[in-house]
Structures are given as C-alpha cells and as structure tokens.
Design a protein around this ligand. Structure first.
Ligand SMILES: [Zn+2]
Length: 152
C-alpha cells in the first residue's frame, strides 16, 4: 500500500511542488524521512522540478539533489520550495547584506561621527536606491540624521 508516495513518486502529495510547471519523474531519488523536518507527510522522493521565478519570471530547476540538501542537511520545513531563481536569490542576498551593513555602519557613524563610515553609508544607500527605485522610510530620513555631511 502506498502512503504519501512511499512506493511511487507520482503518488506524492501535489502541494510539495505547488506552482511547478514541470516535474521530471525520471530524476526521482529516494528521500530519507528520518532526516526530514515534518509532522505528518514526509518526502519519500526528490524530483527535478521546474518553477518560474517570482521576480524575473525565468524558468529554473530545483534539482532532486538540491531538495535532498534542503531537507536532509539543512532540515528546512518539509513544505518549503524556492520562489526565486539562483540569480535573483544571489541578488537578494547581496541586497540583504547591504542593508545589514547599512544598519551597522549608520549605528557606528552616529556613535563616532566617522567621515569614512558616512561616505560608505551613502554608497550603500545609492546602490539600494538603484536596485529598488525607492528607499525604506528610515533611509529617506537619513539626511535629517547626518545633515550637510551627506553632500559630498
Ligand atoms: Zn529570477
């Protein structure tokens, strides 16, 4: 008897690959539920799955091997799947790291008033503004914090 696709990858619950435009069952490899983070329904198989990126709309493949790493090495929640392609994910990580740098540099600059840090804040803000078109509220308010130092 097949339980959640235990004997046949085609019997796996559809929500595991929600939004996929194609599943390649020839690539199926066995999952190990003992290593997975789930409550009711484990992934008995990993299968190459094609998705459209939520940001750039390009198609990308979430490979069976990547899925095994997600669920058995990193222990991601069993229902998760990627929404962004690798390029967009890398862009997002870069922008997130800029935001973290922004926060720590602003905090340091406010504390010590170092000119070099203020310059770096401005560079980071410009890159974020170029990427997003508009800035989060706290960044728009930054000139009020730094005043004329912003004009370099
Ligand atoms: Zn993308």
């Amino acid at each position: 008897m097949d339980i959640f696709g235990s004997t046949d990858p085609r019997m796996m619950p559809k929500h595991f690959f929600g939004g996929a435009v194609h599943l390649d069952y020839r690539t199926a490899i066995r999952g190990n539920p003992q290593k997975q983070n789930y409550s009711v329904c484990p992934r008995h198989w990993y299968i190459d799955a094609d998705f459209n990126c939520a940001r750039c709309r390009r198609e990308f493949t979430w490979t069976a091997g990547e899925q095994k790493a997600w669920f058995e090495d990193y222990h991601f929640w069993i229902d998760s799947h990627p929404r962004l392609c690798k390029n967009c994910m890398a862009d997002r990580k870069h922008l997130e790291s800029l935001r973290v740098e922004y926060d720590s540099t602003v905090a340091a600059a406010r504390h010590r008033g170092a000119t070099e840090q203020k310059r770096r804040v401005i560079e980071v803000v410009r890159e974020l503004e170029a990427a997003f078109g508009r800035l989060p509220e706290k960044m728009i308010e930054m000139p009020l914090i730094f005043g004329p130092v912003l004009v370099i």
